[in-house]
Structures are given as structure tokens and as C-alpha cells.
Design a protein around this ligand. Structure first.
Ligand code: BG6
Length: 475
């Protein structure tokens, strides 16, 4: 599809996301010739400064890899900084300023607006955008996660934002859906008979979804201590992964086809019980040989904080396809290693020959850091003929496609530019996810402490042991 000319507005331009993700992604899109010559980028911030000082602050050469010098220069020449502080400026100043910039380029009426802002600033900013009344071209507005803080705030936010923007104009970001291997889940399932045929409760024993991080709270205690792992990761990224693994085949693969099926998965989630939930908080420990602080010792975190930095749950999707198949989801900070993967663990085959039962088959979807797909199956050992060994058939994504596959935010931006909604959660998905999460938060016991550098609390192991299973921690 051809990308049209468009003006890009970034709110929250002085923040980390703009520097680390958005500008590098725009550079890569430009290098791949996916931006037209008419794509001005207006970076909006509350801090008073000139475009020159903004570009110094941005320091793109520190964040952008594998970019030709002339591409970087071209990108920088497109950036203008626009100082706007809602506390002291009026809506009219904003409208006039942006229209002025647009007229100075005079080449496009389309406008892509990225809100790299906290959820509490969404409504006010959407109202500002609503005042930008261009009579031609399209308007697409991208909201960073989290969208709301619970069901009530998400419903209210959706309602308020719908009063200024149409759903068609709204793109709610979950950057996990921009990751190559997450996008590949549907291809794996629906373009391969060997997998689609086996994707059912009669064949599958259970599913494990793990997103493990080694990082701690870093400098984000102000946000994270209010949020915790449940709202920061589970409500969005992990429930999206679950939706993609568990959904029925969409009637069509773009737009609302995928989103209709994703929301049905959440609507069929069985309400959680307290025994399905484990939350934890990291204590001291060591990561890659370095001693690290406990969560409560981190800057900006109170020494009595009960915010969870780890969560594991046992979920059930009560559809005909999945009845009786548990989905175990876990995510945490300061764990042993950084990786994200999905394991589809099959049942022991029913008609085993004596002594040849081997291990259960398994499909591993490796999301990061080594993107790929692996299939574990049993073979006969060459020397002992009645013994089997489980071996891996391992597909390495970058070995095959090369190292330059788009980073998640590049895919996200490109999809907005194309006007493709399939990778963006719709309002009903967001609300259904919050409903599930609110109940979880009401039921969860206070977090138990786990050692930094471990794979989480022992209670999370017991969650699976109670079902006669265990977490598969070998990466
Ligand atoms: C973000 C969370 O959405 O995802 C962070 O707010 C987390 O806390 C990050 O570290 C993880 O993303 P990735 O792409 O590094 O796995």
C-alpha cells in the first residue's frame, strides 16, 4: 500500500518514548523510503525551547542504529519544535500555531497525531485535537498505553474521547502487537494446516505465556508504583498474547476481523479465583553478577509499598476449543533473564508404544530476544532403539530474514500510516480486559517477596504444581 503525505504531531516530545522509539522508527521508515518527501514532524512539548535546542536534547545519534548519515540529516530537517503548555496557553494558540505550520509546508492535509503522554492527559489533548478542524484529509490519533487505570476510567475515557473523535480515527497502542513474532501467531495458526489442525483442546494440554524482564523499575517509580505489573503488563501485553493464541479464525485478517475475535476471547475468560493468582515484589539479589536493590529501596518507592512487580495467573478460556485447557501467564521485573515466549504444550500421545512415550510435543513462539519458532518432538535414539529423545526443530527469524526486520514501534507507526487497525485494541477489548483485571486486583493477596535474579516467587511454581505441571524455564 502507498503511504500518503502527512504531517506528524508528537505530543510528549521531550519524553523517553519519543527519543528512544518514535524518532528511531521514523528514521528507519525514511531509510526504507516509506515516508513521502512531504512528511513534516512537529514535536510538541511543555518546555520552552527552540527547535535547535530540542534537537540537541533529542541527540538522535545516541539512539538510532544502522542509519545512513544523509537519512538522519533529512529526518532532522523535517522536525520543528512547538512549545505548548495547556496550563498557560489557549486552545486557539494551538490551533493557530499548528495550522500555521501546516500552511508553511502546504503539501498535505492528512495528520497523524501521537500522544506519548500519560493516560490522565488523554482527554484534554483529545479535546485540543478536536479543535483542529481541517476540512480535508484524514486525522489519525494514536494513544500510548495504558488506556485508563481500571474499568470505570477506561469506560469514561472511551466515552469522552468518542465525543471528539470517531473510533475509526483512534489507534490505541500495544507495542507487543508490533513485534514480528506476535504478528506471526496468526500466520502460524491460520496459514499452516499442521498447526491449525492441532490447535484445539483435544490435542493441547496447556499453554504458558512468559514475559520476563531483568530490568527493575528504573526511573519510572512515579508511574510504576501506582500501576504495578498487573496493570503495566498483564492487562495489555499478556492478555493480547492470550487473545491471539486463543482466538477463532477471523472472518478477515485486517481491520475489525481480528479485533472482533480478540474481544470474544476476553468475553469467554472464566472469572478468576484467589487460588488462580500469585503476585510478588522483588527483593534484593543479583542479576548478571551485579547486586541490585529491592523494589522498596528503589528511588521514588516508599519502604512500605505493596505494589507488585510480578504476577502469575491460571486463566481459562471457556470456548468449545479451549474448555479444560489452562493458560498460565506470568510476567515480572528483575527476573533471571529477559525473554518473552509462548509455549503450546501438547498432551502425551494416546497410543504410545511401550517405552516410547517420550516428552510432550511443544510449539515455542519465541518473541524476544531470539525471534523464532521451535517445535519439540520425539525421535528414536540411534543406539538404544526403544528410547526416545525430545529434539527441537528451531526456526530463527533473523537468520532467515536478516537482522533488519522492523522494530515494534516501526510496525506500529507504519500500520497507522496505512490506516490498518488490526494491530490496535478496540474500545471493547480494552474494557473487557479491565473488567478481568479489576477482579484480579480485588482478589489478589499482598505480594510475596522473591529474590531478584530468580524466576519469581515459589508460590508461582506451586500454582502449576497443584495441577501436576511446571513452568518451563529453559530458554
Ligand atoms: C512497557 C512497560 O509497556 O513494556 C514496561 O510499561 C516494560 O514496564 C516494557 O518494561 C517491556 O517492553 P519490551 O518491548 O522491552 O518487552
Amino acid at each position: 500500500m502507498n503511504i500518503e503525505s502527512q504531517m506528524i504531531l508528537i505530543f510528549g516530545a521531550t519524553g523517553d518514548l519519543t527519543r528512544r522509539k518514535l524518532i528511531p522508527s521514523l528514521c528507519h521508515l525514511l531509510q526504507k523510503k516509506r515516508l513521502t518527501s512531504c512528511t513534516p514532524i512537529v514535536c510538541i512539548g511543555r518546555r520552552k525551547m527552540t527547535t535547535e535546542s530540542f534537537l540537541e536534547l533529542l541527540a538522535p545519534d545516541r539512539y538510532v542504529d544502522n542509519i545512513e548519515k544523509n537519512v538522519l540529516e533529512d529526518l532532522l530537517s523535517r522536525i520543528a519544535y512547538f512549545h505548548f503548555d495547556p496550563a498557560s496557553h489557549k486552545t486557539g494558540d494551538f490551533v493557530e500555531g499548528i495550522k500555521g505550520i501546516q500552511q508553511s509546508y502546504g503539501c498535505t492535509s492528512n495528520i497523524l497525531i501521537y500522544l506519548a503522554l500519560p493516560t490522565t492527559a488523554f482527554l484534554q489533548t483529545a479535546q485540543l485535537i478536536g479543535a483542529l478542524n481541517f476540512d480535508k484529509g484524514w486525522r489519525r490519533v494514536v494513544f500510548e498505553k495504558p488506556f485508563g487505570e481500571n474499568l470505570a476510567s477506561a469506560v469514561q475515557l472511551n466515552r469522552d474521547i468518542h465525543s471528539v473523535l470517531d473510533e475509526e480515527e483512534i489507534y490505541r497502542v500495544d507495542h507487543y502487537l508490533g513485534k514480528q513474532l506476535v504478528q506471526n501467531i496468526l500466520t502460524l495458526r491460520f496459514a499452516n494446516e499442521i498447526f491449525s489442525g492441532a490447535w484445539r483442546r483435544q490435542a493441547i494440554d496447556h499453554v504458558q505465556i512468559t514475559v520476563a524482564e531483568t530490568l527493575g523499575v528504573e526511573k519510572r517509580a512515579g508511574y510504576y508504583d501506582r500501576s504495578g505489573a498487573v496493570r503495566d503488563m498483564l492487562q495489555n501485553h499478556l492478555l493480547q498474547l492470550l487473545s491471539f493464541v486463543a482466538m477463532e479464525p477471523p472472518a478477515e485478517v485486517d481491520g475489525d476481523g481480528v479485533r472482533n475475535e480478540a474481544v470474544k476471547v476476553l468475553e469467554h475468560l472464566r472469572p478468576l479465583q484467589p487460588s488462580d493468582i500469585v503476585v510478588g515484589q522483588y527483593g534484593t539479589g543479583s542479576i548478571n553478577g551485579e547486586n541490585v536493590l529491592a523494589y522498596r529501596q528503589e528511588e521514588g518507592v516508599g519502604d512500605e509499598s505493596t505494589t507488585e512487580t510480578y504476577v502469575a495467573i491460571r486463566a481459562h478460556v471457556d470456548t468449545d476449543r479451549w474448555l479444560g485447557v489452562p493458560f498460565y501467564l506470568r510476567t515480572g521485573k528483575r527476573l533471571q533473564q529477559r525473554y518473552a515466549e509462548i509455549r503450546i504444550v501438547f498432551k502425551h500421545t494416546a497410543n504410545n508404544l511401550v517405552g516410547r512415550c517420550g516428552k510432550p510435543n511443544m510449539i515455542i513462539i519465541r518473541i524476544q530476544p531470539y525471534e523464532g519458532l521451535a517445535l519439540a518432538f520425539n525421535v528414536q535414539k540411534p543406539t538404544e532403539q526403544d528410547e526416545t529423545e525430545s529434539v527441537l526443530m528451531d526456526f530463527c527469524h533473523h537468520c532467515h530474514f536478516g537482522p533488519n526486520t522492523p522494530e515494534a514501534y516501526e510496525s506500529i507507526l507504519y500500520n497507522v500510516m496505512e490506516g490498518d487497525h488490526s494491530l490496535f485494541p478496540r474500545h471493547d477489548w480494552i474494557e473487557a480486559s479491565w473488567e478481568y483485571i479489576d477482579r484480579l486486583r480485588d482478589l489478589a493477596a499482598p505480594p510475596v517477596v522473591y529474590d531478584s535474579g530468580s524466576m519469581g516467587p515459589a508460590e508461582a511454581d506451586k500454582l502449576l504444581e497443584a495441577d501436576g505441571r511446571k513452568w518451563q524455564n529453559d530458554v
